[in-house]
Design a protein around this ligand. Structure first.
Ligand SMILES: [Zn+2]
Length: 275
């Protein structure tokens, strides 16, 4: 009887962790896109310009349009560098309060670092795909700088994720099997959703699947396999039991995500890009 109850509790706690991961993606990726565009907007405002419109998307690149500003390099760099202080602030808050409610912001920051770093490397490998960073290169930024910053961003993003996993109930006592189950039920579904959306709605070529596979494999290697020995060695958090994650945490994040989606739908509709 005791074993049965323990098994049931274990299954429930794994489900709560997986749900926390999935909802953190739903909230966090859109939150990152908003922070990124705000970064561009700030560089417009400090140069006396006006932001004339925004476009946000939960899976896709986001954009903004603005009046003329003299320093375009600052404008393009703004998106990538605004996320850094914001993520550090959330990391410090999470270290102090250790609440699972802060996990979406950690996911958002880590996702931001990994994708921003990847886009920097993409600007070097496939310059035909234009982005903030291909424009930065055109404006004189040395490729080597983007290479170094890109690698630092990706590495930092991966380590932030690993060391803040205890907020999602994955700590140094969580075995490989549990990590694997949470990965498959909490992380993979979001990436599959993103891939399907881009293939069928966005008409991305099939070859772009490779760009979806890279993070999926990276997270499998880092979060499932490498994270355990790393967490055992460096205990950033005291142990947070998985049982601590309750349904109300997940409901709160879901509500947060719905509010965020409503805001971007309104902004896209009433404050559209001006070309
Ligand atoms: Zn940008």
């Amino acid at each position: 009887m005791k074993v049965l109850i323990e098994n049931r509790d274990r299954r429930k706690s794994i489900l709560m962790s997986a749900l926390l991961f999935l909802l953190s993606y739903v909230f966090g990726v859109l939150f990152h896109n908003i922070i990124h565009e705000l970064g561009h907007a700030i560089t417009v405002w400090v140069q006396g310009g006006t932001v004339t419109g925004f476009y946000f998307h939960p899976f896709n690149s986001s954009y903004n349009s603005s009046s003329y500003v003299p320093n375009h390099l600052l404008l393009y760099a703004g998106g990538a560098f605004f996320g850094l202080p914001i993520t550090i602030i959330f990391m410090l808050i999470a270290l102090k309060y250790r609440s699972s409610l802060l996990f979406p912001f950690i996911i958002s920051g880590a996702y931001g670092f990994c994708t921003t770093g990847t886009w920097m490397l993409k600007a070097l490998i496939s310059p035909e795909i234009t982005s903030d960073y291909t424009y930065m290169i055109e404006l004189g930024t040395p490729g080597l700088v983007l290479l170094i910053v890109g690698i630092i961003y990706i590495t930092f993003g991966i380590f932030v994720r690993i060391f803040f996993l205890p907020l999602a109930g994955i700590d140094y006592k969580t075995n490989y099997e549990t990590r694997f189950i949470i990965y498959f039920t909490g992380i993979l579904p979001w990436y599959i959703l993103q891939a399907l959306f881009n293939l069928f709605v966005n008409d991305f070529p099939l070859v772009s699947l490779i760009y979806f596979l890279i993070p999926i494999i990276l997270f499998l290697v880092f979060e499932v396999y490498i994270s355990l020995p790393l967490q055992r060695k460096f205990k950033v958090f005291k142990q947070i039991p998985r049982q601590q994650i309750k349904i109300h945490h997940n409901i709160a994040i879901l509500v947060g995500a719905v509010i965020l989606y409503v805001i971007v739908i309104i902004v896209n509709q009433y404050f559209p890009l001006q070309t």
